[in-house]
Design a protein around this ligand. Structure first.
Ligand code: AMP
Ligand code: MG
Length: 506
């Protein structure tokens, strides 16, 4: 219920608003209004997401919505709040955290809308509640890029900027990002109530998540009568699929703390993320991660570690630790199976069963040989420091392994690559060539949000030219398409890209 009666100043967007999270009760959040942001201006927006929200497009150029999504005006029907959660950061228990700079407005069309960077909350600790232009543009573009790649993610409707100064290492300017997701509930929400021995609230939270997002857990055969362990397993499976997609596309999240892990298996809280340029398995994209805890090749292990924390926090509901361990095991099955399937797809491999229809690759006769083919090409990419995205796209364009010069050019060690290529060509020789090519072009993107591309758009935006943000958004919304005329966005990164350092500061 909205405690404040609607005022004439409130903006009516013509949407029906609900806030089911607000119904969980006062232990879950603090109601508050976003803080006003002086003289806001539009920076970028996603028309596709606006449509999904049932929001007429004209709003995204309007002064009214600009004022509302920057915190200067209420939206009629919303019930703003900041939620409380806890979590493990860099492997250590960090205690209470919470939405320190985000406000949940409510949900419309089944999606929650959250303003990030909208000022201090009771959970801000030492922070100023703000987000800077640079990190807001990064999160905006990455959310939509991940969606374009078909990876489960929170979305971003728009970024709004202001000249209001924000102190980081230097003085920067403020921005507010409007994020959208079915829910922003994190592993850390569960950890919070468990750590505080609030079993009633823990159950309320789990029941809410099950009812809204995992109703099938109530009638699980495997875990009959224990929906909570079924929930843990379902989260493990979704997380495994998400991380497998990260690994396949070469995405490094950078801060996989438990408070940045979504219980819906959505990629969440884009900070110092990076899409790999040269393939380097132990690449660390977060300049603050001195130990390499969140290095690219550590992500699957860390996901499991985080799920283990989630499982521990749910023990009071699950009962038997053995049951929780059984649920956690599903990650160990689902992650490698999904990754194998995705990597086979990148290679255009489809196994055809006796019926003539494609078999799941892990059941195919070629499983072991395909696994070796994948491992060996990744070793070669590592050894020669080959650009990950360009390699896969060029291989996709090599017409079923027959026109391979441009792929070969990427390698220093040509004879070793030739030997691999021969094995690969033999593997696909009997597969329908067009089908292989189509599959590869649909699974190996031409465009990813490389750090240097983002940096260029940010530098332009600092000068109030937002065309770079719009161009990148347009390319990344459909990254598998050719976009003639924009080939330079799919080219090798310049040398200075190596010097870009992205830290947790945002
Ligand atoms: P992050 O590292 O961005 O995932 O943030 C970790 C925690 O710190 C979360 O509880 C955030 O809400 C909070 N936080 C990060 N930056 C700020 C800020 N500038 N002001 C207030 N809270 C912040
Ligand atoms: Mg976070």
């Amino acid at each position: 219920m909205n405690s404040t009666p609607p005022s004439e100043r409130d903006l009516d967007l013509g949407c029906i608003w609900n806030n089911s999270f607000a119904k969980l009760g006062n232990n879950f959040y603090t109601r508050l209004l976003p803080q006003p942001l002086p003289a806001p201006h539009w920076i970028g927006h996603s028309c596709a997401l606006a449509r999904k929200l049932g929001l007429a497009e004209h709003w995204l150029a309007s002064q009214e919505l600009l004022q509302a999504l920057s915190g200067n005006r209420m939206i009629n029907g919303t019930q703003p709040l900041a939620s409380v959660y806890s979590g493990h950061q860099f492997g250590r228990w960090a205690g209470q955290l919470g939405d320190g700079r985000a406000v949940l407005l409510g949900e419309t069309s089944g999606l929650e809308m959250q303003l990030k960077g909208s000022g201090r909350t009771p959970y801000s600790r030492m922070g100023d509640g703000r987000a800077v232009l640079r990190s807001s543009i990064r999160e905006f573009l990455c959310s939509e890029a991940m969606h374009g790649l078909g990876i489960a993610t929170t979305r971003a409707l728009c970024v709004i900027g202001s000249d209001a100064p924000v102190q980081r290492e230097t003085i920067e300017t403020a921005a507010v990002l409007t994020r959208v997701a079915p829910s922003f509930i994190r592993f850390g929400h569960f950890e919070h109530y468990s750590a505080n021995n609030q079993i009633t609230q823990l159950k309320t939270l789990a029941d809410y998540v099950i009812e809204r997002f995992y109703p099938e857990c109530r009638w699980s055969d495997k875990f009959a009568g224990n929906p909570y362990v079924a929930l843990l397993e379902a989260v493990c499976i979704r997380t495994a699929r998400m991380v497998a997609q990260w690994q396949a596309v070469g995405f490094c999240h950078g801060v996989m703390n438990t408070d940045n892990m979504s219980v819906l298996g959505l990629s969440l809280d884009y900070g110092p993320f990076q899409f790999l340029d040269a393939f380097k398995p132990n690449h660390i994209c977060n300049h603050s991660d001195t130990e390499g805890r969140y290095a690219f090749n550590q992500q699957p292990n860390i996901a499991y570690w985080n799920l283990f924390c989630l499982g521990q926090s749910m023990l009071g509901l699950i009962g038997e630790p053995q049951l929780a361990l059984l649920a956690l095991d599903s990650f160990k099955i689902e992650f490698p199976a999904t990754l194998h399937r995705l990597m086979c797809t990148k290679l255009g491999l489809v196994d055809v069963g006796s019926s003539g229809s494609p078999l799941p690759v892990e059941e195919g006769v070629n499983f072991q040989a395909d696994k070796a083919l994948i491992e060996d090409i990744l070793k070669l990419l590592t050894h020669d420091g080959v650009d990950y995205t360009i390699f896969w796209r060029r291989l996709s364009n090599a017409r079923g392994g027959t026109e391979t010069d441009s792929v070969r050019d990427l390698f220093v060690n040509r004879s070793v690559f030739d030997a691999w290529l021969l094995r690969y060509s033999e593997r696909i020789v009997n597969l329908p060539k067009q089908q292989v090519t189509d599959l590869m072009l649909q699974s190996n993107p031409k465009f990813v949000l490389r750090n240097y591309l983002c940096e260029q758009a940010i530098e332009q935006a600092k000068l109030k030219d937002f065309s770079g943000v719009a161009t990148l958004l347009a390319l990344l919304e459909s990254p598998f398409e050719e976009h003639p005329g924009f080939h330079n966005y799919a080219d090798f990164p310049p040398d200075w890209a190596n010097d870009i350092q992205i830290s947790c500061s945002s």
